[in-house]
Ligand binder design. Structure first.
Ligand code: PLP
Length: 492
């Protein structure tokens, strides 16, 4: 068993050991009945105190992951198979009952319509940074020149000119495909949904990162899928754990956000991208590569997409324009090939007979004229300033118990609090102070972790970001200090 600990991290060593063993158990790397190293052995191996290991093992036992037998040792209790079987039991009874589980999650997507003043929950771009006036003029001109657009159906696959323009656009960040292999969708959300409704049925295994984008969890839940999760570290999805799950359960679909992962911001290394593709090929799975914002990088260009290496058509590449251009137009694309692509086009026809021609034609000149490339350059600069502001404010005002991952692109910062804090409760307090954020639990498909939150720096002006982050930090301080007063011995 390989356990990596970071001595400089703010998470206590006992918790790091606990979390690492939980990951091993959940992923099936540690099977039911396997004996853990003795406390003495592990403390020697990791060069930590005996007390640290005892704390981790006690917590594992309290949480029912292991059982200790006196005189014999500590043994793994629950494993992935049980989770899969348990979920299958639900499905064999009535899988649609599980659908109600995901309804509360959808409320978070609508936070920006809520009355609070500062929305740090919205993973959207500040409308002031989007070319609304330009699009308005284009739409007006287009309609006055060609009002018949309103009286026509577009092609099911999407407007040919837009597909050509999108092909040129995605080529810029190394996601090669051909215009013939592009399907225009109603946002990337529809791309994910089309794959799910075409290839996933009740009880089928889908692998997702944990945490992940809540809207995708809802889609697979809605299909009655059995969702298994793989943790994410700074290099993206943990391939060692994925490998084990693939060997055992042969998932139908692997859903990943490799570049500026939502919510953690992690960037999957090139090596892992290749490994995941090889895995999917070896078990004939489909990878959904969700790429909402790889063009918003602050440092260096991220590695090439998984799709760019996909010789045999295992990857469905999904890209929306909501996070860079015009969420109101609801335009995205998916790129796939072979029979997978044909089936997705058929599903699109069944769903809506093609995306609205009006919105497709509205954004066409912007993308075609390369204005889009200049616009994304400006977005990078503007969002980097906001990200830096948020990081600076967190460093200045957040209590030392709070940690975060520095995003190198994208729209979000992932913040972790001490494990006894439930950010769902924190949100109630924040709302009283006119503030929203996304509680981390919304991002976990299976076992929830409640002590994280996602803060988006892209939607609010710098002034409101300043006010919002300072207020949030003062909420952190008051929750942590009141807990310290009431309880002097938190385990973690
Ligand atoms: C990772 C990810 N995928 C997909 C979507 C859906 O976006 P849209 O359908 O607007 O393109 C979002 C929206 O927040 C997202 O964050």
């Amino acid at each position: 068993m390989h356990i990596e600990i970071q001595r400089k991290a703010e998470i206590p060593l006992s918790k790091q050991i606990y979390l690492s063993i939980v990951d091993h158990i959940r992923s099936g790397l540690l099977q039911e009945g396997v004996q853990l190293p003795s406390v003495r052995e592990l403390s020697k191996q990791l060069e930590v105190s005996l007390v640290t290991v005892v704390k981790a093992y006690t917590k594992l036992e309290q949480e029912n992951f292991v059982t200790s037998i006196q005189g014999k040792g500590t043994f793994v209790k629950a494993n992935r198979k049980e989770i899969v079987d348990r979920q299958k039991e639900v499905h064999s009874y009535n899988w649609q009952l599980s659908v109600q589980d995901y309804l509360p999650r959808s409320q978070f997507a609508q936070f920006h319509h809520a009355p609070e003043k500062i929305h740090l929950s919205s993973s959207m771009i500040d409308p002031g940074l989007l070319p609304n006036r330009y699009l308005e003029r284009e739409i007006y001109q287009m309609l006055s020149e060609n009002p018949r657009i309103l009286s026509q159906y577009g092609e099911i696959q999407g407007d040919e000119q837009l597909r050509n323009a999108m092909y040129e656009y995605v080529k810029e960040f190394e996601a090669p495909t051909t215009p013939e292999n592009i399907l225009v969708t109603s946002g990337s959300q529809q791309g994910i949904d089309l794959v799910a409704r075409t290839f996933v049925g009740p009880g089928d295994v889908v692998v997702m990162e944990a945490p992940t984008y809540p809207g995708a969890i809802d889609v697979f839940r809605g299909r009655g899928a059995t969702i298994l999760t793989v943790p994410v570290d700074q290099d993206g999805m943990r391939v060692d754990i994925l490998q084990n799950l693939c060997d055992k359960y042969k998932p139908k679909v692997i859903y990943t956000i490799p570049t500026f992962h939502n919510p953690t911001g992690a960037v999957m290394t090139f090596k892992r991208r290749k490994q995941i593709l090889n895995l999917a090929q070896s078990i004939q799975s489909i990878i959904i590569e969700d790429d909402p914002w790889s063009e918003i990088y602050f440092d260096k260009k991220p590695p090439a997409s998984i799709k760019s290496m996909d010789q045999y058509g295992h990857v469905v590449y999904v890209k929306g324009l909501s996070k860079t251009l015009a969420p109101g137009c609801r335009i995205g694309i998916l790129a796939a090939s072979g029979s997978i692509f044909k089936r997705l086009c058929a599903a699109k026809a069944n769903t809506d007979l093609g995306s609205p021609l009006l919105t497709q034609k509205s954004i066409l000149p912007f993308i075609k004229s390369k204005k889009m490339i200049d616009h994304t350059k400006k977005l990078r600069t503007a969002l980097k300033i906001r990200r830096d502001l948020v990081l600076e404010l967190l460093s200045k005002h957040a209590p030392f118990e709070v940690s975060w991952i520095i995003p190198k692109g994208g729209l979000n910062v992932w913040i972790s609090l001490p494990s006894w804090i439930d950010t769902n409760h924190l949100l109630l307090e924040a709302k009283k102070q006119q503030l929203t954020f996304l509680p981390g639990s919304a991002c976990y498909p299976v076992e929830l972790e409640n002590h994280h939150l996602r803060l988006s720096y892209s939607y609010m002006s710098e002034q409101l970001l300043h006010e919002g982050v300072t207020t949030l930090c003062s909420i952190f301080h008051s929750v942590i200090s009141s807990k310290k007063q009431h309880d002097n011995s938190p385990f973690f």
